[in-house]
Design a binder for this molecule. Structure first.
Ligand SMILES: [Zn+2]
Length: 254
C-alpha cells in the first residue's frame, strides 16, 4: 500500500473529504496522516481519524501560529494525545518566510513542543522554511530528546543537511515538488537519500505534482510522487512501495 504521511484533510478547501479518502483508497493510498497546525485543526484531524479507517492525526501548533501557543493550549494538546489515533506532534518548527519578527517566540514554541513529544512518547513532524540554520541548531541541541524520532516534511535542504539529519535518525518526506520541471537540485537530494529514510506526502491541498501542478492536491496523487522517486532511485515501484510502507509504520507506529 501507499501512505500519505502528511495531508491536511481538515482544510476547508477540501469540501468532500469522504470522496477524497475514497479516491485515495481506490489508488491504493490506504493510510493518510492528517497533519495539524493549531488547536482547532488538531481537533478536526482527530474527528476525521475517528470517522475514517486508515486516517490518523498529528496534533500541534505550526510556527505561523506560534502566537497562539500558551499553557492552556499545551494542556489541551496533552489531552488530545490520549486519543489512540494521534500518532505524532506536528507540524512544528520554524518559518521565517513571512514572519521574521517573532523568531525567538517561534524557537521557544518549537522547543516546547519537542519536549511535549518526548513527554508523550510521540515522534515529531518538522516544518522548516527559510530557517534551516536555526532549525538544525535546535535539533542538534535537543537530539537526546527525540526518543521516538521525527520527520522533516517537504524536505528541501542541501546534501550536507540531509546527511546530518539522517545521521540523527530523522526520516525525510518528499511531495509533489520533486516532480516539478525546475527541481533538478531536489531530485539530486532524493537520489542521495537512504531508501530506509524516505517517506511520501502530498501536503494536500497544496503542492500538486506534475502534471496536475496548480490544481488542488489530494492523497490519491501519492503514486505519482512514488513513481518519480522510483525513477530517481532506480528501484522498482512495487519494491519502493513496500519499503516506504515499512518506514512509515516504523516512525508513526501504525
Ligand atoms: Zn503541511
Amino acid at each position: 500500500m501507499f501512505i500519505d504521511t502528511h495531508a491536511h484533510l481538515q482544510d476547508e478547501l477540501l469540501n468532500d473529504v469522504e470522496n477524497v479518502i475514497k479516491n485515495a483508497k481506490n489508488n491504493n493510498v490506504q493510510k493518510i496522516i492528517c497533519s495539524s497546525y493549531d488547536l482547532n485543526s488538531s481537533k478536526s484531524a482527530i474527528k476525521l481519524s475517528e470517522r475514517y479507517e486508515g486516517v490518523f492525526a498529528t496534533v500541534g501548533v505550526h510556527p505561523e501560529n506560534c502566537e497562539d501557543y500558551n499553557d492552556e493550549v499545551e494542556k489541551q494538546l496533552i489531552d488530545l494525545c490520549k486519543n489512540k489515533k494521534v500518532v505524532a506532534i506536528g507540524e512544528i518548527g520554524l518559518d521565517y518566510h513571512y514572519s521574521k519578527q517573532n523568531k525567538e517566540l517561534q524557537k521557544d514554541v518549537f522547543v516546547r513542543q519537542i519536549l511535549l513529544a518526548e513527554k508523550l512518547d510521540l515522534p515529531i513532524v518538522i516544518h522548516t522554511r527559510d530557517a534551516m540554520g536555526d532549525t538544525l541548531d535546535i535539533v542538534r541541541k535537543y537530539k537526546s530528546h527525540f526518543k521516538k524520532g521525527g520527520i522533516f516534511h517537504c524536505f528541501h535542504g542541501s546534501k550536507e543537511v540531509l546527511d546530518e539529519i539522517c545521521g540523527l535518525g530523522f526520516y525525510v518526506s518528499y511531495g509533489g515538488a520533486i516532480t516539478f520541471k525546475n527541481a533538478n537540485n531536489l531530485r539530486e537530494i532524493v537520489a542521495a537519500t537512504p531508501v530506509d529514510r524516505i517517506l511520501t506526502e502530498t501536503d494536500c491541498p497544496y503542492m500538486s505534482p506534475e502534471p496536475f501542478r496548480g490544481t488542488q492536491n489530494q492523497p490519491k496523487n501519492i503514486p505519482i510522487i512514488a513513481q518519480k522517486i522510483s525513477e530517481i532511485k532506480n528501484i522498482p515501484l512495487f519494491e519502493l512501495e513496500k519499503i516506504m510502507e515499512i518506514n512509515t509504520k516504523k516512525i508513526y507506529n501504525i
